[in-house]
Design a protein around this ligand. Structure first.
Ligand SMILES: Cc1ncc(COP(=O)(O)O)c(C=O)c1O
Length: 395
């Protein structure tokens, strides 16, 4: 194991965050990903590309997203809490930040077809939206169980003109959708795989991290303007890790800022009934990258459970694996019931219905910040319209 570089927690080298990451793929994808990596390396500092990316973030997505002082929640918890309002982005979640970046890359590479996986459906909607905007053919892969529990997003994906392909494989959730999308990609290497979280082989974790870091760049500037100082702590939910790294990245080297991730804990520490990968998993190669993974006794990726389709995944970003092992960030298991309580709480206290994924971050912050009298930011990664029909039954 390499020693941890504590000079900067942002250090990334040759596809690795310390010893996590890499590219574990069949040879047919190796060249394709190498070309993608080289194109991304060139474009990420190309002025024309960045101008176009920021143009769409501003005029199509509606950035910057507000940093909202949640007064009622702050009073309830006994600590000052700001919400970074990614739920106000066009399409209703942070996913669109990454989708706009990757579709511009795809356009640059003359892609004729975009493919993507989706769990909660937010990445599927964001990808179908971007594909419609740029007139590129689009296929979205989704597990049958997720398609049922996120029915509203399925309708949106179809309305936006994308083809939806559901799978019955495994638990019919996000892991299975990624498997089927990867298989399609191997058979159709001319398509562009627009991956929705900070997972998968290099260069996806660095690309997704790059396109999402706008969240933290804005939040840092906004809190400095409002409070004239950095927050004491920041919070985000963690599925594959993209909204969390989006907020965390810009604060990684501010070592006095505590960093907390809320994992989809499901029913708690019970095999196959949780999706809290960093809390209960082990290092392993999974879906093209070396990171943490929830494993069974034979060392195979296990089935997972979380009430939140977007967190219901046995893998995790290699950068979060590094941040956990280095101790820079702390990751916590939040159960379905805790998330449901927070879902109702934020709706009633602030008039904001959060995505059930984001409700995990709210629940964690409420626990950790009780009577702390400090200043914190929670990333509100998405809005909860997609979850209303399901969660109302649980009132
Ligand atoms: C609103 C919302 N938040 C969070 C997530 C989790 O993904 P990530 O960990 O990549 O941010 C999802 C995934 O679909 C989502 O839709």
């Amino acid at each position: 194991m390499k020693t941890i570089d504590t000079k900067s927690y942002k250090t990334f080298k040759d596809g690795y965050y310390n010893n996590f990451g890499g590219r574990f793929v069949p040879p047919i994808l190796e060249n394709k990903l190498q070309k993608l990596m080289e194109t991304f390396q060139f474009l990420k500092s190309d002025k024309g590309f960045l101008t176009e990316y920021y143009y769409y973030l501003k005029h199509f997505v509606g950035r910057p997203s507000p940093l909202f002082l949640a007064n009622n929640l702050s009073k309830y918890v006994g600590s000052k809490i700001y919400l970074k309002r990614e739920d106000l982005n066009h399409t209703g979640a942070h996913k669109i930040n990454n989708t706009i970046g990757q579709i511009l890359l795809a356009k640059h590479m003359n892609a004729k077809e975009i493919i993507a996986e989706t769990g909660a459906g937010q990445h599927g909607v964001a990808t179908a939206t971007a594909a419609a905007l740029f007139g590129i053919r689009c296929k979205i892969f989704m597990g049958r169980k997720d398609a049922e529990r996120q029915a509203m997003n399925v309708r949106r994906i179809k309305l936006l003109g994308a083809e939806l392909i559901t799978t019955e494989r495994g638990t019919a959730t996000l892991k299975d959708a990624v498997d089927v999308a990867l298989e399609y990609y191997i058979e159709n290497p001319d398509s562009f795989y627009l991956l929705g979280s900070q997972v998968g082989p290099d260069p996806y974790p660095q690309m997704v991290g790059f396109f999402q870091k706008i969240i933290g760049v804005e939040a840092r500037e906004q809190i400095l303007q409002t409070e004239n100082r950095l927050p004491d702590s920041i919070f985000a939910c963690v599925g594959g890790g993209s909204n969390a790294i989006g907020l965390f990245h810009e604060f990684l080297d501010d070592i006095n800022v505590e960093i907390h991730g809320a994992e989809g804990g499901g029913l708690g520490n019970i095999p196959k009934k949780t999706a809290a990968t960093l809390s209960f998993g082990k290092p392993a190669v999974f879906q093209g990258t070396y990171s943490y993974c929830l494993l069974d006794e034979q060392g195979n990726p296990t089935d997972t459970h979380s009430i939140a389709a977007g967190l219901d995944y046995p893998g995790i970003s290699p950068q979060h694996a590094f941040l956990k092992e280095s101790g820079r960030a702390k990751y916590h298991c939040i159960t379905d019931n805790e998330a449901l309580e927070a879902f109702a709480l934020l709706s009633k206290l602030e008039g904001i219905i959060p995505a059930i994924e984001s409700a995990h971050a709210i629940a964690l912050a409420c626990k950790i910040l009780k009577d702390k009298n400090s200043i914190s930011i929670i990333n509100l990664s998405g809005r909860g319209d997609k979850d209303v029909d399901r969660e109302m039954a649980l009132e």
